[in-house]
Design a protein around this ligand. Structure first.
Ligand code: UDP
Length: 341
């Protein structure tokens, strides 16, 4: 079975390509390389021994996307990651986000429909739940007003897919991720943020590497045991494996509805200080940090109820927080060596 992975040279996409290939799928990657590098294709080939096919173009280009589907008539399914994901940038440049994230989805769904490719796994986010009323967060928790254009593109994308499922034989699984961190055990692929990282894990590893002077901890007056915000961090390899499981469920015809939703998290919340302590424990290093004001738009605490994914998908996140932080550190050392060379 040939599977299109859009955004396949990105962080979660590249880990998913590896898991797909190791499960016997043939992968075609489409990526415009706006936030990743073609070297990732080599790294994937080094890990799996199989070179995925790779096409570089922007899915927001409708005629190019149409052409792609004509060029690859054997595609059986699509996993769609390609999207811009910087929350702050989406606030200052909303049109970029609506254009890139929604035009690309519409072109993709159009291409799939025209070429009778009816299986889609979509990369969504727990941001759709906003500040949840109840913890842990199950799939039936209400979708709240989005706090950023980025978050809104995920909500609108889910609605577009939903609506398309109502009028055709289109099948979709929407995967709502919690906080993916860590890197592949080979340290050949991982997260490569451009410029100053927005996210906690790469900021910690860059601080350990001496690239950043110290870590800013955003808020210590939350209503949590140590006062810092709580998230459900999940190892990116566990997350990648969930995509393969979801795809197999779809292809075996096991879906109960035409459109299914799963929350992907471990079910355990950790505070910012927990993550710092884990990193310090596994590396023996000290992370200098300063307590700052809360970051605008941050939710206080959120973690998943992964029961539906555990029971219905038969998938469970297996890797511990220490495994996540250690793998992130191994990857940072490789990236830093590469950048110096
Ligand atoms: N965070 C922090 N310092 C940083 C980056 C993030 O204290 O430099 C905190 C952030 O306020 C949040 C948690 O770490 O409570 C996770 O943030 P991240 O940006 O990684 O993911 P988010 O949950 O915002 O998607």
């Amino acid at each position: 079975m040939q599977v299109l992975v859009t955004g396949g040279t990105g962080y979660i996409g590249s880990h998913t390509v590896v898991e797909l290939q190791q499960s016997g799928f043939e992968v075609v990657i489409v990526d415009d390389l706006s936030n990743s590098s073609a070297d990732v294709v080599d790294s994937i080939a080094s890990i799996t021994g199989i070179r995925p096919q790779f096409e570089k173009f922007d899915l927001a280009d409708g005629s190019r996307t149409h052409q792609f589907f004509s060029d690859y008539p054997d595609l059986g399914a699509v996993i769609h990651f390609a999207a811009c994901k910087a929350v702050g940038e989406s606030v200052t440049n909303p049109l970029k986000y609506y254009r890139n994230n929604l035009f690309s989805l519409i072109n993709l769904v159009r291409g799939m429909t025209d070429h009778q490719v009816s299986n889609l796994v979509f990369s969504s986010s727990c941001t759709v739940y906003g500040n949840p009323d109840q913890l842990p967060v199950g799939e039936n928790a209400p979708v709240k007003q989005a706090l950023s254009p980025y978050g809104n593109t995920k909500q609108i994308a889910e609605e577009i897919i939903d609506d398309q499922c109502k009028v055709s034989s289109f099948r979709a699984i929407l995967l709502r991720y919690f906080n993916p961190i860590g890197a592949h055990e080979s340290a050949l692929i991982g997260e490569q943020p451009l410029g100053v990282p927005n996210n906690l894990m790469p900021y910690i590893t860059q601080t350990a590497m001496g690239i950043r002077d110290h870590l800013n901890v955003f808020g210590s007056d939350y209503h949590t045991p140590d006062g810092t915000a709580i998230r459900d961090y999940i190892h990116v390899v566990d997350l990648a494996k969930a995509h393969v499981t979801a795809l197999e469920r779809m292809l075996k015809g096991e879906m109960k509805e035409q459109r299914e939703i799963f929350n992907l998290g471990t079910g355990t919340g950790y505070s910012v200080l927990d993550v710092i302590r884990s990193f310090e424990r596994v590396t023996g290093m000290k992370i200098p940090y300063r307590i700052m004001d809360r970051r605008p738009g941050d939710v206080e605490q959120v973690w998943a109820d992964p029961k539906k994914a555990n029971e219905v998908l038969g998938w469970k996140a297996m890797r511990t927080l220490d495994e996540m932080t250690l793998s992130a550190w191994k990857w940072e050392q490789v990236v830093s060596r590469k950048n110096k060379a």
